[in-house]
Design a protein around this ligand. Structure first.
Ligand code: CA
Ligand code: CA
Ligand code: CA
Ligand code: CA
Length: 299
């Protein structure tokens, strides 16, 4: 489907009762993102093929493809070169993207996604992009860590094809230092615990009419953040709101692949265990709706 703009492009129940605790444990004590000592690629999922809005700064080429690559680390912007990435096609050819952008996800707490834009193959037999390879010259750091470091060699990552549904690839707790100054954060007074949910592609509200709009109340009502309590049980919390909306101005056309869950305070000692959401609530740039998700949080 070519009806979506691209750079936006990029596009259950457990225990259902929230337990409001009187304890005032800081939410950031529960998930230590910097425990991710090893970098890995979480997804490389085609967003759109030959989409009008897929273009690169300084290039006259239009109607390109986009392929967001999501890491479990933040990637240092000054280390990113299009030549760091090589897309291998079924037909044996290899190509670099024309550009590699940390955009639409461009906030300082969103540096884990790089949007590759170029011509990666057509939706024809034998012409699919199948994997992305990495040069090894990127620099990065675990979410929450301070020092950039060489990423080093990474294994080739299989590319998820454009017809596939978007899926959740990561979730982590937004600590106060990571969340400070975020321009589209949870509103003041809404929520005490904040969780970043990262999808494989840019996402907007699912619409079978093809309209592009930001997500609304249905998404908020369906998301659950499941915590493992200190005593071992699981408790699912419904967000009070979802933030990181309308990433680039008043329209959803440039939405990124991130949502922030504005959650109530969770009990002391609870750790983020899973994120769930029902089906047909968001869509990717190709117009594909999500399947229901039960994403188990990685250490
Ligand atoms: Ca898709
Ligand atoms: Ca934000
Ligand atoms: Ca954002
Ligand atoms: Ca967003």
């Amino acid at each position: 489907m070519l009806r979506k703009q691209s750079a936006r492009s990029f596009g259950v129940s457990l225990i259902m009762f929230a337990l409001f605790s009187v304890f005032v444990a800081p939410s950031f004590a529960r998930t230590a993102p910097s425990a991710r000592v090893k970098i890995s690629v979480l997804s490389a999922a085609m967003g759109s093929n030959d989409a009008t809005a897929n273009s690169c700064p300084g290039s006259s080429a239009t109607g390109l493809d986009n392929l967001p690559v999501v890491f479990n680390w933040f990637i240092r912007p000054t280390s990113v070169r299009a030549s760091d990435f090589t897309i291998r096609n079924q037909n044996g050819t290899k190509t670099h993207p024309i550009c590699a952008l940390q955009y639409p996800p461009d906030e300082r707490n969103e540096l884990q996604t790089i949007n590759l834009i170029g011509s990666f193959g057509e939706s024809q037999p034998g012409q699919r992009p199948v994997s992305v390879e990495f040069s090894g010259s990127l620099q990065g750091r675990p979410v929450g860590a301070q020092q950039w470091r060489p990423v080093g060699a990474l294994p080739a990552q299989k590319i998820v094809q454009v017809e596939a549904a978007p899926y959740i690839v990561d979730a982590w707790t937004l600590t106060p230092p990571l969340y400070a100054g975020d321009r589209n954060r949870c509103s003041p007074g809404v929520g005490a615990t904040f969780v970043r949910v990262v999808w494989s592609n840019g996402i907007t509200a699912y619409s079978d009419s093809g309209a592009i709009s930001e997500v609304g109340d249905a998404i908020t009502a369906s998301y659950r953040a499941v915590y493992r309590l200190a005593g071992g049980g699981l408790n699912a919390f419904t967000p009070l709101a979802v933030a990181d909306l309308l990433d680039h101005g008043g329209t959803a056309a440039m939405d990124d692949n991130m949502h922030d869950l504005c959650l109530p305070r969770v009990p002391r000692g609870a750790t983020l265990h899973a994120i769930t959401i029902g089906a047909d609530l968001v869509q990717d740039p190709n117009g594909d709706p999500n399947d229901s998700q039960t994403f188990i949080v990685r250490p």
